[in-house]
Write a protein of this length. Structure first.
Length: 449
């Protein structure tokens, strides 16, 4: 047995997002979001469910914060639902929406839990989608204005701010493959609008800094290692290109204020909407990076699939690798690889792992959930986080995904990610074995393995 230990001031937390837990979709003046519209459209969600009620966190947040305290959490990452604050996406502010996040923030602080806020975890106001949403260049300005409203209201109490959750994921799944809201399917269009996503992130950073001078501001990137399926030159090249399209295309603007040359070259005939001044506008240095790290992908050369228009038609898995029932590979070393890569390529900034976790087939039996597979997963991944810290990566905290079972996008309620079990009928919460394990780890600063 070895002891895996972490520094005393390590920020141990869990993460959630507004649409996945809040419910109260029509309450207190909230506007419709693209996820409300999408889930209300038949055939979009695996089990036909919606986030109308979800975990009803909007009404039960006090109980939830009390549970977080019971688990001993020091940090909690949540997101703000844009149409609760600006029902039309811009213009008039809905004070009741702001009040909710203000109350939540106060309860967290009272419980000694440090909030880490994400401004956008995918629930775009439908009113903005009706004006083109992410395909409209104005989205960057709209996002900046929204960021300013939230920062003005909460900047006195919240120190850790992040902009867009996983830009490449919501861009690709929402606008290219159509699996997520708003369900558009146009791979080329997606590439064009990806520039607006990068601009929006930058405008958000500038707005937060403007309104809350003490804020520490970061991005939230999903950054999976992309390995070639074989050692062939073609597969290696495919892996490099895929990494450029999915990772570097977002990481380099956010972290280095520029686009990767090789991908700009690949896109040279596409007429990207990059205007004079955009690159300067995009250059907004960050205080930290939030990284969502779960797994790795495999890329390969296939002459029948066009690289750009078909980038999402590939199967990013490799036969023989070990996958969870959710379809993500179990590969703890991926978190080490991503963290090291971050430091080596993008700098010595502080890092928070803003998401990591596993979907398990949890069963509530006699009032208990024995999710040993989740404990094993966290123990294996955290050992790799520790190894990256030993090798010089400045990891300052870890936010397990997720605090409680919740609405998992297109999968509905069919997969459970929480350390807290939620009975979706009674909405009763039960700490799983992993929550007790996590509490122990936080209390004692480490675990034996
Ligand atoms: C991430 C998302 C989060 C959740 C987990 C499982 O990509 O940010 O909302 O869906 O995956």
């Amino acid at each position: 047995m070895t002891r895996i230990s972490f520094p005393d001031d390590f920020l141990w937390g869990t993460a959630t997002s507004s649409y996945q837990i809040e419910g109260a979709w029509q309450e207190d003046g909230k506007g419709e979001s693209i996820w409300d519209r999408f889930t209300h459209t038949p055939g979009k969600i695996k089990d036909g469910s919606t986030g109308d009620v979800a975990c009803d966190h909007y009404h039960r947040y006090r109980e939830d914060v009390a549970l977080m305290k019971e688990v001993g959490l020091r940090g909690y990452r949540f997101s703000v639902c844009w149409p609760r604050i600006l029902p039309a996406g811009k213009g008039e502010v809905n004070q009741k929406g702001l009040d909710f996040y203000s109350r939540l923030t106060d309860s967290l602080l009272e419980a000694g839990i440090e909030p880490l806020l994400t401004l956008y975890h995918w629930d775009l106001p439908q009113a903005l989608e009706d004006q083109g949403g992410w395909t409209n260049r104005d989205i960057a300005r709209w996002f900046g204005d929204y960021a300013a409203v939230v920062a003005r209201a909460l900047g006195d109490r919240i120190k850790l701010w992040t902009t867009l959750n996983e830009p490449q994921i919501f861009g690709m799944l929402g606008y290219a493959t159509g699996q997520h809201a708003p369900g558009a399917m146009d791979q080329l269009q997606y590439i064009l609008l990806s520039h607006y996503i990068n601009l929006a992130h930058a405008d958000g950073v500038a707005a937060i800094r403007n309104e809350a001078s003490a804020a520490k501001v970061g991005c939230v990137l999903q950054l999976p290692p992309i390995h070639p399926r074989s050692d062939s030159d073609e597969d290696r090249r495919a892996a490099r290109v895929m990494d450029g399209l999915m990772n570097r295309w977002y990481a380099e603007p956010a972290l280095l204020g520029r686009y990767p040359e090789d991908i700009l070259e690949l896109f040279k005939d596409l007429d990207l909407p990059i205007l004079d001044g955009d690159l300067e506008r995009m250059n907004q240095p960050l205080d930290f990076a939030g990284l969502n790290l779960y797994s790795r992908l495999f890329a390969y050369h296939d002459p029948n699939i066009p690289l750009i228009e078909g980038m999402l038609d590939f199967d990013y898995r490799r036969p023989g690798a070990e996958y969870t029932h959710f379809g993500w590979e179990l590969y703890p070393k991926s978190i080490y690889e991503s963290l090291m890569r971050f430091k080596n390529e993008w700098g010595d900034t502080d890092v928070y792992v803003t998401e990591n976790g596993i979907a398990a087939e949890d069963q509530l039996v006699d009032g208990k959930v024995n999710d040993q597979d989740r404990i094993d997963f966290l123990a294996a991944y955290l050992a790799e986080v520790r190894r990256a810290m030993d090798d010089g990566v400045k990891v300052k905290g870890f936010f397990q995904w997720s605090f409680m079972d919740n609405f998992e996008w297109a999968e509905g309620y069919t997969s459970r990610w929480g350390i807290v079990y939620v009975d979706y009928e009674s909405l009763e919460r039960t700490l799983k074995a992993s929550a007790h394990w996590y509490r122990n780890l936080i209390e004692s600063g480490g675990y034996d393995r």
